[in-house]
Design a protein. Sequence first.
Length: 144
Amino acid sequence: MTFFKFTKAILEDQPIEVYNHGRMQRDFTYIDDIIEGVVKILDRVPESNLKWLSYFPDPSSSIAPYRIYNIGHKQPVELMYCIHTLEKALGKTAKMQMLPMQPGDVMATYADILDLERDVAFKSRTTIEEGIGYFVDWYKYYYE
């Protein structure tokens, strides 16, 4: 939702709220990569974890046949870099309202996809620059 909210504001000459001066890092993943990850695991029925212990549970598996995977890009990107990439794709400079870090927020998040890489050779292929470019193209087509 960040890119949608920022794109709309930038095109309407409205300021965007940038917390912690944009130094937070997030793991942005393009939708096509998410779909690829889901498709890769659709026909893969997990095995039961017969060593699963209720008093020391592994939350990603169970005695029941299921498996939980993270799907992501695995490489956090600084928010300010994303904003500049979005500005470049839009051909317009953002008006930024710099704000302090929000209480309860974290500096960096990213997906641990080691299990998905190992089990189905998943790799996110879309760079942040490509993903933002695709998003901007879609946004302009859909809303203009």
